[in-house]
Design a protein around this ligand. Structure first.
Ligand SMILES: Cc1c2[nH]c(c1CCC(=O)O)Cc1[nH]c(c(CCC(=O)O)c1C)Cc1[nH]c(c(CCC(=O)O)c1C)Cc1[nH]c(c(CCC(=O)O)c1C)C2
Length: 368
């Protein structure tokens, strides 16, 4: 192992806004904290400017650039966002395992040599030293946390094993995920082996991110909803659970709140509330009431979400009304972190996000 220092709160400027950390721990909040997935991204002209000069993974790999784009939304929406998320990508983990991933402009991620058959697993690096292979992401976290100067907490993140496996086999995005699902059913042992290796790297990476300064972490299972309930239970959930267990065990009393986002997996909400996470993130196809019902009898978790990102295209009065409705449905005073049901889109108007953030603030402020 490369020896990196373990950083603690004492190494950074004091935190001035801990709303999201309190909400995640289930403590009361005087206002519903809010952030959005992909809050640093192509909808921001200042991001496009940086990207015009630098390749996507160059930005991820250069701490000064990753910090710059992470802070862009925090500066633009000063006082309206309650968290930042480090600029990186879930696909840096397949890279750390030795795979080539390119970001094709206008198309998304592309693996020139995806995994085709179980024998291809031999191409993957055994025993990934995340501090070495992903040290650039850790440096970016430390630098970003310093430059945030305590304004808001910093999220670290990783992809869930099933979602990463899907990209590694499909070679990019997919409509049906038939190649990755073929593996689940034709080569279940090889699939489990791959999922287990991804679990170990993901957990080590999250721990390293916390040691570098991340104050909360999120696991993205963006393609969970492509699985049947039974296959989610077999090929996704056990690994999500294991990530939570491993991270908590490794961090001990330095544990931070953990969020899980299994997009499309409504059928899994009850089980997810038992999976060891503090927060379960919802997409827009489930109502807060349905989610709470599904989780009845499970350990209490904070819910995150879940406005349809496309509502940011609506007239501002409609957007405000729907944001207010969402806040009322989740309830104010605690137990909710406002977000979108998925990420910001490249054609979103940055001003629409401001309207959303202000509407959440106004609707959720508990008067005293
Ligand atoms: C802004 C951005 C990112 N990745 C990509 C882009 C756009 C491409 C560009 O700038 O050229 C390519 C990029 N990377 C990926 C995609 C999705 C491709 C597809 O649809 O399959 C794209 C366009 C893969 C990816 N990458 C990520 C996920 C999980 C979240 C989700 O479901 O959206 C996934 C699935 C995570 C991710 N990716 C990113 C972040 C940064 C932090 C933030 O939220 O601001 C995060 C958390 C950053």
């Amino acid at each position: 192992m490369t020896a990196r220092p373990v950083l603690t709160d004492a190494d950074f400027p004091p935190l001035k806004n801990d709303l999201i950390l309190r909400a995640a721990r289930g403590e009361p909040t005087e206002r519903t904290p809010v952030w959005v997935m992909r809050q640093a991204g192509r909808y921001l002209p200042e991001f496009r400017e940086t990207r015009a000069e630098h390749d996507f993974f160059r930005v991820c790999r250069t701490p000064e650039l990753a910090t710059r784009v992470t802070l862009q939304p925090i500066d633009r929406y000063a006082g309206l966002l309650d968290a930042s998320i480090i600029f990186c990508d879930i696909l840096v983990v397949p890279q750390a395992l030795g795979m080539t991933v390119e970001m094709v402009p206008g198309k998304g991620p592309h693996f020139p040599e995806p995994l085709r058959e179980p024998a291809d697993l031999e191409r993957l690096t055994t025993h990934v030293d995340v501090e070495k292979e992903l040290g650039y992401a850790l440096d970016a976290i430390t630098l970003t946390r310093q430059q945030l100067a305590g304004r808001v907490p910093l999220f670290g993140f990783c992809g869930a094993p099933w979602t990463l496996m899907a990209y590694m086999i499909e070679g990019g995005g997919s409509k049906t995920f038939s190649k990755a699902k073929r593996w689940l059913f034709q080569y279940p042992d090889a699939a489990s082996q791959l999922l287990q290796r991804l679990t170990e790297v993901a957990a080590d990476f999250l721990v390293a991110q916390v040691n570098a300064g991340a104050q909360i972490v999120q696991v993205f299972d963006s393609w969970a909803g492509e699985l049947s309930p039974a296959d989610f239970e077999r090929f996704s959930l056990p690994y999500l659970r294991q990530i939570a267990e491993r991270v908590r065990a490794q961090l001990g009393d330095r544990a931070v709140p953990m969020v899980v986002f299994a997009k499309g997996a409504h059928f899994g909400l009850h089980a997810l509330a038992h999976a060891g996470y503090d927060v379960v993130s919802l997409d827009w196809t489930v109502t807060p009431q349905e989610a709470r019902r599904a989780m009845a009898g499970a350990p209490r978790v904070t819910l995150q979400g879940n406005l349809d990102p496309c509502l940011l295209f609506a007239p501002h009065d409609v957007l405000r009304a729907r944001a207010r409705q969402m806040i009322n449905d989740f309830g104010v005073g605690g137990g909710h972190i406002a977000n979108l049901g998925h990420g910001m889109m490249p054609d979103h108007d940055p001003e629409a996000l401001r309207v959303y953030l202000e509407a959440v603030r106004d609707a959720s402020t508990v008067s005293r």
